[in-house]
Design a protein around this ligand. Structure first.
Ligand SMILES: [Fe+2]
Length: 237
């Protein structure tokens, strides 16, 4: 009997079933049950309202790619992990933020939910060829609240610069009044009964690749070239 013939067939008999097992194992993601229609995450990363290079040269595609694709995505992923299997997963994002605000035992949930909301709002607060001055009723309200648009810009820049460490600068509506506020880390006007009109992210990840430590230059570029006043006007109640 030819020994090679026997070994060849033995190899086929052993390897073919093993190959089949390997293909089956690859088709089902490790550690996850096969998709059965309930695998969709509760929260998805919203689409950017413009292309990642649309805000150049004031914000680079590299900055936007990391900020949106890594940081914003990570907040969405963390929120899905923290709400998996919980009743919270079925609630609107705003409800989760309001329900967890100020509760130290739910800080992780609040931080990630608020950062998802804050970033989605921030992308809408900018547009290509933005900046300049608002018009119409929003312009009138800014003049009434701050004296002039230039005074508003000065006060907004001061708030953004005065935010120690990570946080946000906002134009908000509180009752009938417009205000400039700054918030730390993930904190958001939603948690304080205020209506956000315009947001500027002053976490270092928002500007460091383009402006390094020059936060003021970034805020200046935001106000002069990026701010979306049409969006801000649409938020006024
Ligand atoms: Fe950010």
């Amino acid at each position: 009997m030819n020994p090679y013939f026997n070994e060849g067939w033995l190899a086929i008999l052993v390897l073919v079933p093993l190959m089949g097992m390997a293909i089956t194992a690859k088709a089902q993601a490790p550690g996850k049950a096969p998709a059965a229609g309930g695998d969709t995450p509760a929260f998805l990363l919203p689409a950017l309202p413009y292309a990642q290079d649309a805000l150049e040269p004031h914000l680079s595609a590299r900055t936007l790619g990391v900020h949106y694709g890594k940081h914003h995505q990570a907040y969405v992923d963390n929120l899905n992990k923290l709400t998996a299997g919980a009743k919270m997963a079925g609630l609107p994002l705003e409800a989760i933020i309001r329900q967890t605000a100020g509760k130290s035992d739910q800080a992780g949930l609040f931080n990630n939910a608020a950062q998802v909301w804050n970033h989605t709002f921030f992308w809408k607060s900018m547009k290509p060829d933005g900046g300049g001055a608002p018009t119409g009723k929003l312009a009138e309200r800014i003049h009434a609240a701050f004296g002039s648009f230039d005074a508003f810009k000065t006060a907004f820049t001061e708030a953004a610069m005065a935010q120690f460490g990570s946080g946000w600068a906002w134009l908000v509506q509180e009752g009938d009044t417009l205000k400039i506020v700054k918030t730390s880390n993930a904190d958001t006007p939603l948690a304080h009964g205020q209506t956000a009109l315009l947001a500027c992210d002053v976490w270092e990840h928002a500007y460091y690749l383009d402006y390094q430590n020059r936060r003021k230059d970034f805020v200046q570029a935001f106000l002069d070239h990026l701010a979306n006043w049409d969006f801000a006007a649409s938020q006024v109640e």
